[in-house]
Design a protein around this ligand. Structure first.
Ligand SMILES: [Cu+2]
Length: 469
């Protein structure tokens, strides 16, 4: 299909080139120059400029009416301010847009080329320069000052009793975390990310679970390396050669009485060890763990083992880290509450969002609240907002019982970007409290109730992350 379209385009271009050649030929046959264009042609083109301007304005207005709004009233305190800011900016842009384009098209139509008319030549005009420098500067300064003021309100310090929620993004979903009863988020460290601890929260159990997981991975790779058939055979052959060699030396050794007993004993021990190793290798070669790897694959396994061991070292370092003597840092993560799929917020209460990302830059976009913030790996971002309309009220306002607030990813972050969404439920404080009491505390333990599909994909991801460490 694509090929067909390409073919049509190419053929179209070829046809256009051929037509223009025919046109040039016909002109030269009529004895005229190519650049001789009649006044009627120029007048027609001028008129077409005006016609295009009208079509342009009509389509602009139609599109604006059809798609120019969010479709919902702002559902947060600052949302109203953002809408006002947007309207203010748009009003200025529309005025400038209509003035500039009208002048552009109208002048093109009015001053089309006529042989008896000559354009006035103005090289420089200080007054004009002043006007088109000062006016845009003043207008831009106003826009920036007004915009910054609104921005500062959104990103300023949240009040002490604000609800704090962390939104964690990764390819390709969102996770929300509430700090639990102590109001403090537990520290997080990406080295601790395991299928059971997707956010890498630092707790004793989290560190222990991460260590267990990494030990298992190390053991598995070590086994693969140890049981590589080619290397086992090579080692076996090397030992055999050495023993054979040794045998010859041994004969000489017996003649030489000058050697001490110890050296002789060592020699015997070494030989015994080598023979034991040979027996072990023979045994290993019969085991079903034996595998065959190309040299490149073998080296890749060694690299992987090296990275895993470094990863283990980092986890061990976390265990020894005391967070500047703040012992609570080890405990504050234990009551954190982690939710997926949807998260709830009480209406009328200020919320401070903290955003984190595991892999690439995502963008937390909550269109109905007029809120958006990039989530950046390694750099937590934040803003605050106060929801003002519950989900139920909004359903009534919109006369749409299906309506739900939504959190989206607004950065094209990969193949399943479209799938990065989370439902937001705004409700009364009582309903929120009831929902919250149903959410379990964060505990890393074996056999959590996460669905199997989820675990499988998490495992795969944590492996790719390990591989890229
Ligand atoms: Cu994303």
């Amino acid at each position: 299909m694509k090929l067909l379209i390409l073919l049509v385009v190419v053929l179209g271009l070829v046809a256009a080139v051929q037509l223009s050649k025919v046109y040039q030929l016909s002109i030269s046959l009529r004895g005229k120059r190519e650049e001789d264009i009649s006044e009627a042609d120029n007048r027609l083109n001028g008129g077409l400029f005006l016609a295009f301007m009208v079509a342009f304005y009509v389509s602009f207005v139609v599109l604006l009416v059809k798609y120019g709004s969010y479709g919902t009233p702002p559902a947060s305190e600052h949302g109203a301010a953002v809408d006002r800011l947007m309207d203010f900016n748009m009003a200025i842009i529309f005025v400038v847009f209509f003035i500039v384009n009208t002048l552009l098209f109208w002048f093109s139509a009015k001053y089309y080329h006529r042989a008896d008319r000559k354009a006035r030549f103005i090289a420089h005009d200080n007054r004009l320069e002043l006007i088109w420098t000062v006016i845009p500067s003043v207008v831009l300064a106003i826009i920036i000052a007004y915009g910054l003021q609104t921005w500062n309100e959104m990103t300023g310090e949240a009040s002490e009793d604000a609800l704090r929620v962390e939104l964690y993004s990764k390819q390709f979903d969102w996770t929300a975390r509430y700090p639990g009863a102590d109001g403090e988020f537990g520290q997080a460290n990406y080295n601790l990310i395991t299928p059971m601890n997707a956010l890498g929260i630092v707790t004793e159990e989290g560190v222990a679970a991460a260590l267990t997981e990494i030990e298992e991975k190390i053991a598995k790779v070590e086994e693969e390396i140890n049981y590589e058939k080619g290397h086992l055979l090579a080692e076996w052959a090397a030992i055999e050669a050495e023993l054979h060699d040794d045998h010859g030396h041994d004969g000489h050794g017996h003649d030489d009485h000058g050697h001490g007993h110890d050296a002789h004993a060592d020699h015997g021990d070494g030989k015994q060890a080598l023979e034991a190793r040979m027996a072990e290798i023979e045994h290993m070669l019969e085991s079903d763990k034996v595998n065959i790897l190309t040299e490149a694959a073998y080296e890749a396994k060694e690299d992987k083992l090296y990275r895993l061991i470094r990863h283990r070292q980092r986890i061990q370092e976390i265990r020894n880290f005391d967070f500047d003597g703040e012992l609570t840092a080890w405990e504050s993560g234990m009551d954190d509450q982690i939710v997926k799929g949807e998260f709830h917020l009480p209406v009328g209460r200020e919320v401070e969002f903290v955003f984190r990302s595991r892999d690439v830059i995502h963008s937390a976009y909550m269109p109905q609240f007029r809120a958006q913030m990039n989530t950046v790996p390694g750099v937590p971002t934040r803003f605050k907002m106060t929801p003002t309309i519950t989900t139920d009220s909004m359903r009534t306002v919109l006369e749409n019982p299906e309506f739900d607030y939504v959190l989206l990813c607004n950065k094209v972050c990969g193949a399943a970007h479209f799938n990065m969404q989370m439902k937001i439920v705004i409700e009364s404080q009582e309903a929120y409290d009831a929902w919250m009491s149903e959410q379990g505390e964060f505990i890393v333990k074996e056999g959590s109730e996460e669905p199997e599909m989820e675990q499988a994909s998490e495992q795969k991801e944590s492996q790719t992350i390990t591989a890229s460490l």
